[in-house]
Write a protein that binds this ligand. Structure first.
Ligand SMILES: C[S@@+](CC[C@H](N)C(=O)[O-])C[C@H]1O[C@@H](n2cnc3c(N)ncnc32)[C@H](O)[C@@H]1O
Length: 185
């Protein structure tokens, strides 16, 4: 079993997948258009360099809010540089969390945990925290990388999510990923 710090994606590695070409396969507008609308409050948990935070900030607009949460300050600093260049920095609020506590209690319409839950020390506890900060009928878009997470392991995460009060609403096909969209019952 790897120690938690060995599982966490370092900043340099995030540049290998979060680059300008990524939009061709992971386009936030296409991926979240059914769930994210203008004026919503959303959270990008384990936001990394922030391609999804920036995409969602454009979708929620000036009346909405994106909370971008990550363990690593280096990720959050780079994300805010990008947001400044895209002129949407005022829509995004960053928060450096600890490995086991998200630490924001704002009520959310939508939460994204993309390629990050397998890096947390206790995925079940993390899911419980996300469940508690979502509004009733709020949505969790959960995705793990196929390269690091087996189907059995992802199915177990889905079963855990169902046990704590999430309902599956879809399993979209996202390249290189195992993905489920969950509704807070
Ligand atoms: C593989 S990267 C994915 C980044 C981003 N979601 C994306 O798809 O580009 C995983 C991210 O999750 C963050 N992370 C890992 N464990 C975390 C935890 N317990 N709480 C918050 N963020 C975490 C890492 O710092 C890293 O930025």
């Amino acid at each position: 079993m790897k120690k938690n710090k060995d599982r966490v994606c370092p900043v340099w590695m995030a540049y290998t997948f979060d680059n300008p070409l990524r939009k061709l396969i992971h386009n936030p507008k296409k991926m979240f258009k059914k769930y994210v609308r203008e004026g919503m409050t959303v959270m990008d948990i384990g936001c990394g360099l922030g391609c999804f935070s920036i995409g969602m900030a454009k979708m929620v607009g000036k009346k909405g809010k994106v909370y971008s949460v990550d363990l690593q300050k280096g990720m959050l600093d780079r994300l805010m540089k990008r947001a400044g260049k895209a002129n949407i920095a005022d829509i995004i609020q960053t928060h450096q969390c600890s490995a086991d506590t998200i630490g924001i209690n704002e009520k959310l319409d939508f939460a994204l945990a993309f390629w990050m839950i397998h890096e947390t020390p206790d995925a079940l506890d993390f899911l419980k925290q996300i469940h508690s900060i979502l509004k009733p009928a709020g949505i969790l878009f959960l995705s793990d990388p196929k390269m690091h997470v087996s189907k059995e392991c992802f199915d177990k995460t889905i079963a855990d999510a169902q046990n704590i009060g999430f309902q599956i609403i879809s399993k979209p096909r996202i390249i290189s990923s195992r993905t489920v969209v969950l509704l807070k019952k």
